[in-house]
Each structure stands twice: as structure tokens, then as C-alpha cells.
Design a binder for this molecule. Structure first.
Ligand code: ADP
Ligand code: MG
Length: 729
């Protein structure tokens, strides 16, 4: 039996780090080299066109079609100067990746030759024939096609010879078929609601922006080893594999020296990312062996989402160049840490105020408390929905499964902030004010700035933690599009802020002083949202009990969690903010359920194939060797002695027979369960059947395979083992 495993292990050991040339310019000089930045807009566009475009970008005014041609001409000139021959509308369908269809600039010149052309029309709108993108039934094939439309707030960029134009993707009837369209609507909604509330404190605020700083975790695996693992290749995770004797227990990988081959990959990736204006800032080893992290500086949410999508696809390409494969799956290996994508989120004003950061004056601090409390209100009211927004077949392994915090959304505030909220809640209403003179009042909110800034008291187990001037949504999956979480979070907070404003205004209308009205409502809300606050150990069993008592969503089944999108409160919120309609939500859930089913279905097929083609044949082969040995013993020694000498081998022969029998039966049952589930027409019920009846059977099979891995002769085992996947780099 030729063994690919040993060949790829030997080759992997020989690989040397690829040489990556450091650019002659400094990073700040090549930053954004491949992006049509403002500077380039100024250079390549006529002055009036430039001004109109900047107005569209900064103030969300409508793009005047009459300038589209001029913008397209400027972009084309810049692109052609950089060797570009093709262009594409770049969009984010409901699969986790991005989509693109390249067209070249060439057109007939009607004189028998060709010209290179790029009109405003092609820049602004296209109709990709995208009938096979998931759409949850919104666009039946006989219906009108979908179209992609330019998002001018995210700049166009160049990858190789192609000009990429960020676009939204919607059906002709106006329903979003992607992540960007609802994200843009959400960002608008949160801007409106937050600006309104801001004006209580700072009347000159015109705009509030949502910020996102993601931290991307990932694994790297040598490409040769990867190719010898059909499960990694087809599902992105190992469906089997016994623990390596050593894994992360020594904590010697985290923040350790970055291995040379990996360092070369990171350097290459960063240069390309910086050229695309992705502001990469930190890189380091993560907790698990062969796990790493990259984080840029935070940016405006829409741009940050695009940059994360771009970075993930860049990572895949650059990794291959360096003889690696990048694993973005949330749980590629059982028994060690999985990967997430922490989403650092905050709101800030056009006047430069970070709304989730404390300030210097009592008024600043009242604003700070307002935004903290209303964020908690949103998260509390929609904790089930927020969980749904980060849930997927793959992230389910990180949430509520083994070695993971429970699938419950709660928020960690830290000691100082918790005490501050308790103080506001408990003190006598009049105690909070000192009346100074007739009209003005002094707020008795304790001094907080310095204390909060060195908020070192971090809680790694909290899915939504306050970290000084922002919240960190940690439960987001490593391969997810951040937009999903950002749509739910910004919408929930927009709704809470709008509701807050309504109630405060009602009190003011009755003649109450503004500050007192704000404090009144805040005190009410601090009480209401208390169940979402939890600073304890999220991994403990007691927390699950406690959370249930508090009425937080504790559901762990992924397809059931998706139902939260269709709760009356969710539909109400999304519709009233103009983010998504019931029809869109229903269609998107169809896609979620279908995707869930397909992922489990593929895994089930792969584990079935591997069991029958790799595991059982290898185990049986080893068993035959043992049988031969037992037989030989009998030829040489008297029966009693032979049996004694063969005792261990006989035991192994039996164990292999037992385990392979269980595996075989397991595979049969797995196929049968799939057959039953596949007959269910309703996508929702089918996904539930896959979750309840198919997925658990894979675990039983895996258990047996991992036991076999321990006893079968290493030389015969064909699949690279955990120790090889995790420690060769
Ligand atoms: P950690 O200790 O969690 O690794 P870092 O300081 O590395 O934190 O920051 C993580 C991310 O949070 C970075 O992308 C950073 O730019 C971002 N970040 C920092 N401040 C804010 C903020 N106010 N709003 C949103 N993101 C922020
Ligand atoms: Mg972090």
C-alpha cells in the first residue's frame, strides 16, 4: 500500500521559507497603492466630478448618473496605467465568500478593430447571470434577474489585472440577495438613531458612524499534508483524528516566536493587504499549535467588512504560494482551540467623539452611560437574534459544543462599569444631582475616565465584552462574513436608541428637565437589561442554569436558533428600521437552513467514504498481519504456548473486528438517516432532521475511528495525524 502520508510528511520537512522581497518604499508609501483612494480621485477626476463624488461618499447623497461616465473614465485611466485589462463587480452573496465575474474592457470599434471602453453604465450597474446564487426562492429562475449596483462608499481596487468594484446584489423587485445591501441600510438606521440621541449632548453632531475592528484567527497547514486529508479538502475540518500527545497544554505557542515559513507568509500577506489599504497592525501566534491571528486597525463598518472579505480571499491565495493552506473553519481540530473573529465595535461622531468611551465632563459621562446602557438594551432584547446572526453549521462547534462557552449571549462590563451602573440604579434620584444655581445641575456621576482606560480586568469567556471604549463581539465565527453580526447588532442598538429617544422626549414634553429625563429612563433601562450582564465564568455549568432563570436564550441547536430571525420582535425591528422586510428575512432563512443541511450532508458523505475506503481497509489489513502472526505462532509452538504468546494480538484482532463492525453499522445508519431527512421538503424541518438525526451519528463513528488510530500500526495509517498537521510548519 503506497502511503501518501509519509511522502507528504517528508516533503513538508524539506520546505524552506519563501523569500519575500521587502518593498523599497515604506509601508505608508505603498499603503493603498492598489486602491482608487481619495487622492487618486482628486488626480483622475475633473474637479466638479470629484466634489460630487465626495459628497456621495461622505453625506450619502444620491449618485448623479450624469457624473458616472466621468467617474468611470477616471477610474479606467488609473486602472489602465496600472496594467488592468478586466473589471468585475465584486459582491457578497449569501454564501460566506465573495463573487466576481470578470469582463475585459475591450469592445468593437465598428471599424474592424477593438477599443478599450468602460462607461458609467458599466460602473454603476450590471446584471450578473447569478441564478445559481442562494436566494431562498426570491428569484425563481423565470423571474427577472438580479443586478449588482456600485457602492461608492467602498473604493474600487485592483487585484492582478482586474479592477474590482464593490457592489450590492439585489433582485429586480428590490430584495437584497447579499450581505452588503442590508448592512448599508443598517448603518444608515444606526446613524439616524444615534445622531438624534447625540444631539441631547452635542447639538453640532451631524453624523454617527459605526466602527469595526476585526481580529481574524486562522490555522495554517502544510499543503501536502492537507491534500492527504480528504476531510480537510472537502469540509474544511478534520472529521477524525486522535488527539496529539502534545497539543496546546504547554501554552508554548501563544505569542511565541513565529515560525520562519509562517513569518514569510505573514509578511507577504501584509504587503499585499497594505497595498489594498487594509490597515494591518498586529500578527501573532494564537493559543493552539499552528494557529495565528491578524488584526488591522478599526475602520468604518462597511469598509471594514469589505476589507475582511478581501483579506480572507487574499490569505487563501498567499498561503498557497507559500505551500500552506489556510483553514478558516471555526473548529478544524477537535480537542484544541477553535478560531473566531472578534468584532470590536463602537459608534463615533463626525466631531470625533467615541460614544462608547468615557469623557472628561459629567455630560460626557452621561452620554457614555447612555450609549453603554442602550447598547445593552439592544443586546438584551435581541440576544437570541444576535446568537442567530453568528450561528452556522461550522461555528456551532465553537458555541455550546465541547470545549466552548455555552451558546448564550451575555455581556461582561468589568468591575468599574458595573459599579457605576449599580450606583446610578441604586442612588436616590435626587442624590444624582446637585442643583447648582437655578437652571443648571451638576451630575454626581463618579469620575471614571482613567479607571476605565486601564480596564485590564478582561474576561475571555464573555461573548460580548466591554473593553474600555468599545464592545468586543467575540462569538463571531472565523469564516463568517462580519456583516451578519454587524447587521443584527447595529439594528438592535438603533432600535434601542430610537426607543430611548422617544421615551426621553415624552418626559421632556411634560416639562421635565432634559438631564433628569435622560437619567430617569437610564435608571429604568439599567434595571430592565440587567439579565444580560454577566461577569462570571461563561464556561461553568451553573451559568447555563442561571441564564435560563434570567430568561436568556439558551437554545443550542443551530437550525432552531435561526428561527429567531422570524420572531415577531425581529421582523418588527428590521422592518421598522427599513433594514429587511419579512419576505427578505424568510428567504434568507431558507438559505441558512439549506446551507446548514448541505454542510452536514457533505460531512456525512465524507466520513462515510473515509470509513469505507481508508479506515476499514487499513484496519483490516493490519488485522490480517496480526492473524498471520498468530497463525505462524501456532506453526512453531505448541497450541497452549502459541495462544499465550499471541494473547495481545488476539485481543487486538477482536478489537479491530468489533470497532470496524460498529463503524460499518454506523455508516449504514448514517446513510439511512440521510435518506429519511432528504425526503423532507420543508428546508427548516430538513435542517432540524440533519441536526438531530444525522450529525450525532458522525460523532459515534469518529469515536471508533480515533480508537483504531491508536492501535493500528502507524506505518499503515494513511491520513496525516494531528501531530503532523499541527506541528509541521
Ligand atoms: P486585543 O487586546 O483584543 O487584541 P487590540 O488593541 O489589538 O485588542 O484591538 C483589537 C481591535 O480593536 C483592533 O482592530 C483595534 O483597532 C480595534 N479597536 C480599538 N479601539 C476601537 C474602537 N473604539 N472601536 C472599534 N474598534 C476598536
Ligand atoms: Mg481581542
Amino acid at each position: 500500500m503506497a502511503n501518501l502520508r509519509f511522502q507528504v510528511v517528508a516533503e513538508a520537512f524539506k520546505k524552506k521559507p519563501l523569500e519575500v522581497k521587502t518593498p523599497a518604499e515604506r509601508p505608508c508609501e505603498f499603503f493603498g497603492k492598489n486602491v482608487f483612494t481619495r487622492e487618486k480621485m482628486y488626480k483622475y477626476l475633473p474637479k466638479d466630478v470629484y466634489e460630487k463624488l465626495v459628497d456621495v461618499i461622505d453625506n450619502g447623497t444620491r449618485l448623479d448618473r450624469s457624473i458616472a461616465d466621468a467617474v468611470a473614465a477616471g477610474i479606467k485611466q488609473w486602472a489602465v496605467e496600472n496594467g488592468v485589462t478586466h473589471y468585475t463587480h465584486w459582491f457578497q452573496p449569501l454564501t460566506e465568500g465573495t463573487a466576481e465575474k470578470h469582463d475585459s474592457f475591450i469592445e468593437h470599434d465598428h471599424k474592424g478593430g477593438m477599443v478599450e471602453e468602460f462607461s458609467g453604465k458599466l460602473l454603476v450597474q450590471q446584471e450578473p447571470d447569478a441564478s445559481s446564487f442562494p436566494n431562498g426562492g426570491i428569484r425563481n429562475t423565470f423571474e427577472a434577474r438580479g443586478y449588482s449596483a456600485w457602492d461608492p462608499t467602498s473604493p474600487v481596487f485592483i487585484i492582478d489585472d482586474t479592477l474590482c468594484i464593490p457592489t450590492i446584489f439585489i433582485s429586480y423587485t428590490g430584495e437584497a440577495l447579499d450581505y452588503k445591501a442590508p448592512l448599508l441600510r443598517t448603518l444608515h438606521a444606526v446613524n439616524v438613531a444615534a445622531t438624534d440621541v447625540c444631539r441631547y449632548f452635542y447639538p453640532d453632531v451631524k453624523k454617527v458612524q459605526s466602527n469595526l475592528g476585526w481580529e481574524q484567527e486562522y490555522f495554517l497547514v502544510d499543503e501536502g499534508l492537507y491534500s492527504a486529508r480528504p476531510d480537510l479538502l472537502l469540509t474544511g475540518r478534520t472529521l477524525m483524528g486522535h488527539d496529539s500527545a502534545k497539543n496546546q497544554q504547554m501554552d508554548d505557542h501563544y505569542f511565541g516566536t513565529i515560525p520562519d515559513r509562517v513569518q514569510a507568509f505573514m509578511k507577504d500577506l501584509e504587503i499585499r493587504a497594505l497595498e489594498l489599504a487594509i490597515p494591518c497592525k498586529t500578527r501573532h501566534n494564537e493559543v493552539a499549535p499552528n494557529q495565528f491571528e491578524l488584526a488591522p486597525i478599526y475602520e468604518e463598518c462597511n469598509l471594514a467588512v469589505d476589507h475582511n472579505m478581501l483579506l480572507m480571499s487574499l490569505m487563501k491565495r498567499v498561503a498557497r504560494k507559500h505551500g500552506f493552506r489556510v483553514l478558516l473553519h471555526e473548529k478544524p481540530f477537535a480537542g484544541i482551540n477553535g478560531s473566531g473573529k472578534h468584532n470590536n465595535w463602537s459608534l463615533s461622531t463626525d466631531t470625533g467623539i467615541l460614544l462608547h468611551g468615557p469623557g472628561k465632563t459629567p455630560m460626557d459621562n452621561l452620554r457614555f452611560v447612555t450609549f453603554i446602557v442602550e447598547t445593552l438594551m439592544g443586546v438584551y432584547r435581541h440576544n437570541g437574534l444576535l446568537k442567530a446572526s453568528i450561528m452556522s453549521a461550522t461555528n456551532a462547534h465553537r458555541l455550546g459544543a465541547n470545549e466552548a462557552p455555552p451558546a448564550i449571549i451575555s455581556s461582561f462590563l468589568g468591575k468599574q462599569l458595573s459599579e457605576l451602573l449599580d450606583h446610578i440604579e441604586k442612588s436616590d434620584k435626587d442624590e444624582l444631582f446637585n442643583i447648582v444655581g437655578k437652571q443648571s445641575m451638576k451630575l454626581e456621576i463618579p469620575e471614571i475616565p482613567e479607571l476605565l482606560i486601564d480596564n485590564t480586568d478582561r474576561n475571555r469567556t464573555s461573548p460580548f465584552a466591554f473593553t474600555g471604549n468599545r464592545f468586543e463581539f467575540r462569538a463571531v465565527g472565523s469564516e463568517a462574513n462580519c456583516a451578519s453580526a454587524m447587521i443584527a447588532l447595529n439594528s438592535a442598538v438603533a432600535e434601542a436608541l430610537a426607543d430611548f429617544k422617544k421615551r426621553v422626549d415624552a418626559i421632556i414634553d411634560k416639562g421635565e428637565n432634559k438631564t433628569r429625563a435622560i437619567i430617569d429612563i437610564l435608571r429604568e433601562d439599567i434595571k430592565t437589561c440587567k439579565p444580560i450582564r454577566f461577569d462570571g465564568n461563561g464556561y461553568s455549568d451553573e451559568w447555563v442554569e442561571e441564564a435560563r432563570r434570567r430568561g436568556l436564550d439558551c437554545e443550542t441547536s443551530c437550525p432552531v436558533i435561526f428561527e429567531r430571525y422570524l420572531d415577531a420582535e425581529s421582523i418588527d425591528m428590521f422592518e421598522s428600521l427599513g433594514v429587511m422586510s419579512r419576505k427578505e428575512l424568510e428567504a434568507r432563512n431558507e438559505v441558512k437552513w439549506e446551507t446548514y443541511t448541505k454542510k452536514i450532508q457533505i460531512e456525512a458523505r465524507v466520513i462515510g467514504d473515509l470509513s469505507m475506503n481508508h479506515i476499514i481497509p487499513v484496519a483490516t489489513h493490519y488485522q490480517s498481519k496480526l492473524l498471520k502472526n498468530v497463525e505462524n505462532m501456532r506453526g512453531i509452538f505448541p497450541p497452549e504456548k502459541a495462544d499465550k504468546l499471541s494473547a495481545r494480538n488476539i485481543k487486538l484482532i477482536e478489537e479491530i473486528a468489533d470497532r470496524t463492525a460498529v463503524i460499518e453499522k454506523g455508516v449504514e445508519e448514517l446513510v439511512a438517516a440521510r435518506k429519511v431527512a432528504n425526503k423532507i421538503e420543508n428546508e427548516h424541518l430538513k435542517a432540524i432532521a440533519y441536526h438531530d438525526t444525522v450529525a450525532p451519528k458522525m460523532e459515534l463513528i469518529r469515536y471508533q475511528i480515533d480508537k483504531l488510530e491508536l492501535i493500528v500500526e502507524d506505518r499503515l495509517w494513511t491520513l496525516p495525524k494531528y501531530r503532523e498537521l499541527l506541528f509541521i510548519r
